[in-house]
Design a protein around this ligand. Sequence first.
Ligand SMILES: [Zn+2]
Ligand SMILES: [Zn+2]
Length: 287
Amino acid sequence: MTLPADSHVHSEWSWDTGGPHSHAVGRMRATCAQAVRIGLPALFFTEHLDIPDTWHAEPEDLMPHQQGFLNDAGRVDFAPLDADGYFDAIDRMRHDFPDLRIHTGVEFGQPHLFGAQATEIIDLSLIDRVLGSLHTLDLGGGAAEPRTLFREHDPAVVMRAYLEQVPVMVQGSDAFEVFTHIDYAVRSWPTEAVGPFDPRVFEEEFRAAMRSIAESGRALEMNTRRLWSWIPQWWAEEGGATVSIGSDAHTPDAIAANFPEATAMLEHFGFGPGSVAEELWARSRPL
Ligand SMILES: [Zn+2]
Ligand SMILES: [Zn+2]
């Protein structure tokens, strides 16, 4: 079977890889080469569209190569996406890898809060796929990532606040078409402190968040970094019609990670491919 497009890929043009002046330079090219090697027909380079200096963190919350982004105020600060540089790089890759279909994209963080700032960074109408991500939220002490908030608050409170923010983001922005990694807070769940994450404890909240995304007509991302069968199951049951499939690769070796398992799972829950690899997968039969 033909692999679907990887619809969530980062390169040196994303600040969190280190950025376009870091050790990450060359990752876009290496990612294209890897895609050709494994037979991936198409991908979207969905670079981070985040607004600098808008959330706080502790050094331990950041990977070693990101710690230089922490400013004196304890906030994460970096050069915003270089749209011109990114578009130039995409053009070069399209020229150098004619057999790979290369599409533009951004992963827009907190689009409901930063619509105006984003338009100063990049013209979203030029972008093939806009992902919407909820990476940070404010529980009263300023915005932070879940991994930071889990240390500052009761983890269950953080998880519920995160999921309650999903409909707020959905209703607060038309800029994105796919809601990414709804399990984002699950990735940093403090298992050592409170035990393994049990999705059933938060089932109602997850379902309500999914319902809001489905009712807005948007797609939910099947983030293949971690495969949870309850995500496509609850998404289908709450009326979700389409899914986007993305690895969230930040390194070339991680593109299309777990795609065979992810697509098998999606087919099990009634989703199937369109006529081209770039198309969102749609519900082809009822549950
Ligand atoms: Zn993300
Ligand atoms: Zn990402």
